[in-house]
Design a protein around this ligand. Structure first.
Ligand SMILES: [Zn+2]
Length: 195
């Protein structure tokens, strides 16, 4: 591929200012359920919840306020394309972390150097800290090619998103880090609901 056609995935898909709102970018959030029905990701110690099942419940609970899609038909890129076609410009794929059952904390992954996404990742983590003060904040992880979640983030960008975030707001394999889905759903509506 010629260098001049190579795109920079750390940049918004559309130039800021091309949204008809002058220079102020306004996120319109879309929610992506992580993993798939067949392979649901990490699970709670009692195997009652997978990342997929948790995400699906959140998506349906918040469906009136946050458009959502899942990866069952065409993966992250196709889900992103459908959400962008539905008017979204900012996407959040809502994973949970897992590590041997004892680690805690919230982190948000972005493509390295993606300043617009970093800004919204900061906002979400700040709001999370306010609402869940007893939950540790692991911070923003700027991922490079080959890193955790990088391919998902690029798929969101290639699907047309300006802001691409992959959240891991708690460890699903640690009961001490668990957040009740109803409480978590309300938190997301507060920070990304199109209300
Ligand atoms: Zn996951």
């Amino acid at each position: 591929m010629l260098e001049c056609f190579k795109r920079d995935d750390s940049k918004p898909t559309n130039d800021i200012g091309s949204h008809g709102e002058g220079e102020s970018f306004k996120p319109k959030w879309g929610y992506i359920v992580p993993h798939t029905k067949k392979a649901g990701g990490a699970e709670t110690p009692d195997n009652k919840w997978s990342e997929y099942q948790y995400g699906k419940v959140i998506a349906i609970t918040n469906g009136e306020f946050i458009p959502w899609d899942d990866r069952n038909h065409g993966g992250v890129k196709a889900a992103s394309q459908r959400l962008v076609a539905n008017g979204c410009n900012s996407l959040f794929e809502d994973h949970k972390n897992a590590y041997r059952g004892f680690t805690r904390g919230a982190e948000v992954l972005v493509i390295r150097g993606d300043e617009l996404s970093v800004k919204y990742a900061e906002f979400i983590l700040e709001e999370f800290k306010k609402q869940f003060p007893d939950h540790p904040i692991r911070g923003i992880k700027q991922m490079k090619k080959g890193g955790r979640g990088y391919a998902n983030l690029v798929a969101m960008k290639r699907g047309g998103a300006d802001v691409a975030l992959l959240g891991e707001m708690f460890f699903i394999d640690n009961v001490k880090d668990w957040i009740d889905p109803e409480v978590y759903a309300k938190f997301l509506v507060r920070v990304m609901g199109n209300v």
